[in-house]
Design a protein around this ligand. Structure first.
Ligand code: PMP
Length: 405
């Protein structure tokens, strides 16, 4: 029956882990992973998470019953408050429909499926995503039945934002089109709009009547401050209107809950009545896909957000992770400058979040892996979280070598 089945290509991001594992050289370095590592290169479980887990394990009232289709109500409430800010008018008015999701990916998928089914009849089912964007975005929206188009985003010359190109492409989108925006720490480029550019993007979105869909996978992880990293989402959600929008949240990075698949999807509606109906339809999307979401990660996240002591500890640890990444940017930049590489490498300092987009060519990336045992995606993206003070000089030496040849 399956003899005709073709070998599928490996996932370009997950495949990096495989090539790293297979490499036996002791100097090997994994800069492909989208997961935080300690200075010692180890995965990190937050103390706030460990303590929440211990409290859950000791709770005699806890059980393993199914969650509701929409997930853990407390988690949903706290998640949208984390993004919009507690006491936000949209939350107070009850116009935000929130469902728990299988981390950020699941939130995007449920959101995309809902849009494909429930955008107004006659309106184009089209989503605009940045070029480049996280590799999974196009597939997620495409599989859900949305047409995917790109808007210009990254300027290879400046290794910064092509804001004029971005505005031109967004401005040419048909009314009612969905506009996917990375809330902060754009993946893979690490390049975000400035506060003033965000305001211009909001004005453009309103003028063209586009529907903003925020992907928030790094709140608090980018700057170390949960509120600062929510600025774009809050700006849009607070626009006079009342503004509608969709929001996918992931707790993979900011709480280190990668494998627990804790996430949320919120749809900000014009009224409480609409939000109630939207939630009922989100449940119809979820039920035939996986019935109801997993409990453990959401229970941890809810506890960490709700308990003042754990919440304070979480914020401290978040700042710790963000600061270590910033320190790695400084260290790598220092090493690159010391080697007097041609060109301006200050983008390493300017880019935000877990990744830096180096602009290295595919051939240079291949040489990094083949000659230097440095594993990364072939688009030149490196995970700053995979670096340590000890490995920065080695990476700089390797980059200097592949840039020179
Ligand atoms: N969106 C972006 C921009 C991401 O970088 C990621 C993770 N790499 C995700 C969504 C989804 O991650 P997860 O499903 O693990 O929450």
């Amino acid at each position: 029956t399956w003899e005709h089945v073709q070998q599928a290509p490996p996932d370009p991001i997950i495949g990096v882990n495989d090539s790293y594992r297979a490499d036996t050289d002791p100097r090997k370095l994994n800069l492909g992973v989208g997961a935080y590592r300690t200075e010692e290169g180890k995965p990190y479980v937050l103390r706030a998470v460990r303590e929440a887990e211990a409290a859950l394990a000791a709770d005699p009232a806890a059980n393993k019953e199914y969650l509701p289709i929409a997930g853990l109500p407390e988690f949903n409430r706290l998640s949208r408050e984390l993004a919009l800010g507690p006491g936000h008018a949209a939350i107070r008015d009850g116009r935000v429909a929130t469902v728990q999701a299988l981390s950020g990916t699941g939130a995007l998928r449920v959101g995309a499926e809902f849009l494909a089914q429930h955008l107004p009849p006659g309106q184009p089912r089209v989503v605009y995503v940045p070029n480049p964007t996280w590799g999974n975005h196009k597939t997620i929206f495409g599989k859900a039945g949305m047409q995917v188009r790109e808007y210009r985003y990254f300027d290879a010359k400046t290794r910064g934002l092509d804001f004029a190109g971005m505005c031109a492409d967004i401005g040419a989108a048909p009314p009612g089109a969905v506009l996917l925006l990375h809330a902060c720490a754009h993946n893979p480029t690490g390049v975000d709009p400035s506060p003033d550019q965000w305001r211009q993007l909001l004005a453009l979105t309103q003028e063209k009547r586009l529907l903003p869909f925020f992907d928030s996978a790094y709140q608090g992880f980018a700057s170390g401050d949960l509120d600062a990293d929510a600025a774009s989402v809050r700006l849009f959600a607070s626009a006079p209107g009342p503004q509608e929008m969709v929001l996918a949240q992931s707790f993979a990075k900011n709480m280190g809950l990668y494998g627990e698949r804790a996430g949320a999807l919120s749809v900000v509606c014009r009224s409480k009545d609409v939000a109630g109906r939207v939630e009922s339809q989100l449940k119809l999307v979820i039920r035939p896909m996986y019935s109801n979401p997993p409990m453990h990660g959401a229970a941890i996240a809810a506890r960490v957000m709700a308990d003042p002591r754990l919440n304070a500890l979480w914020k401290e640890e978040l700042a710790g992770m963000a600061n270590r990444i910033k320190a790695m940017r400084q260290a790598l930049y220092g090493q690159l400058v010391a080697r007097q590489l041609p060109g301006d490498w200050s983008f390493v300092l300017k880019q935000i979040g877990m990744f830096s987009y180096t602009g290295l060519s595919k051939a240079q990336c291949e040489a990094l892996t083949r000659k230097w045992h440095i594993h990364l995606t072939m688009d030149g993206r490196i995970s700053m979280a995979g670096l340590s003070a000890a490995s920065c000089p080695y990476l700089a030496e390797a980059i200097a070598d592949v840039v020179a040849t």
